[in-house]
Design a protein. Structure first.
Length: 288
């Protein structure tokens, strides 16, 4: 049974198929053919015989017809069986598409990445080498504009670097990913914010939740973006929605009465909630 982390990581790729070729190109420096679109394809890689082989995810790069196939595998720990079936995944997809194919392994930690990256001896002089991306290879996304343009990569960055020994760096990446996530649709916003928080070690999690400029001075500039976004909405309804999302990120699911209170708030009241949100320890304190 796939774990929750396994499925959550795959969801990033399902939500944004372009993430797979982006990581191959930018993080692993792989040359890809020209393509105009990327889409999720069936992950069943079966033979005519009864044996069934199912990859985690398949991404197709298209230029009218398929020009490249990417088998995406999320690997949380070493599993020697995978070293026998991975080549089958690639061979099966290559036969189906009749175009080049590769395997991209997203490893949960560096030890798993080292294991997954070992060449697989196929017999004779043939060998199969997966493309492997461990946490250290995931780009560190700290630019808010770039994160908003590619929120899935920002969340993957937060998950990869959330336990970094440099607490300030971990919090900065996590906060950038949160800023990229809060204005997405409700399902993605909730999932991504949960993934970000759960990926942090305790010191970074507490720093992010408290957002105390006295401890992490640079955070105050990032935190002001929350208020700035609300002011930039231009309409009271949009600003109320933004404040609601910010409160939900900090304090969890909001009751209907709280949502109604925010929806009925004036422009000045929304400004006040936004300011208190930067240092408030409880929802009651934030609401004033």
């Amino acid at each position: 049974m796939p774990s929750q982390l396994h499925e959550a990581l795959l969801q990033l790729f399902r939500n944004r198929p372009e993430l797979a070729p982006e990581l191959l190109r930018e993080a692993l420096h792989m040359e890809l053919p020209e393509y105009t679109a990327a889409r999720i394809d069936a992950a069943d890689l079966n033979e005519v015989q009864p044996a069934e082989y199912r990859a985690d995810l398949v991404v197709l790069l298209l230029d009218g017809a398929p020009v490249f196939g990417i088998v995406v595998e999320v690997q949380l720990a070493a599993d020697e069986r995978k070293r026998y079936v991975w080549p089958m995944y690639v061979a099966g997809l290559r036969a189906r598409l009749e175009c080049p194919v590769c395997l991209l392994v997203i490893a949960a930690d560096e030890a798993c990445a080292r294991w997954a990256g070992k060449p697989i001896e196929m017999g004779g002089s043939s060998r199969f080498v997966p493309w492997v991306l461990g946490p250290s290879g995931v780009p560190e996304v700290t630019d808010v504009a770039a994160a908003k343009a590619d929120p899935e990569l920002a969340v993957l960055s937060a998950m990869a670097h959330g336990k970094d020994a440099d607490v300030e760096k971990a919090v900065r990446i996590a906060l950038t990913a949160q800023l990229a996530s809060i204005n997405l649709d409700e399902d993605r916003s909730r999932l991504y914010c949960d993934l970000i928080l759960n990926s942090l070690h305790e010191a970074a999690r507490q720093a992010l939740l408290s957002m105390k400029p006295a401890n992490y001075e640079y955070q105050s500039d990032f935190a002001k973006r929350y208020v700035a976004q609300g002011r930039a909405e231009g309409r009271l309804e949009g600003r109320a929605d933004l404040v609601t999302r910010q409160l939900a990120v900090r304090f969890g699911v909001l009751s209907d009465s709280v949502r109604s209170q925010i929806a009925a708030a004036s422009s000045a009241e929304l400004d006040a909630i936004g300011e208190r949100l930067l240092t408030a320890q409880t929802l009651t304190e934030a609401l004033g």
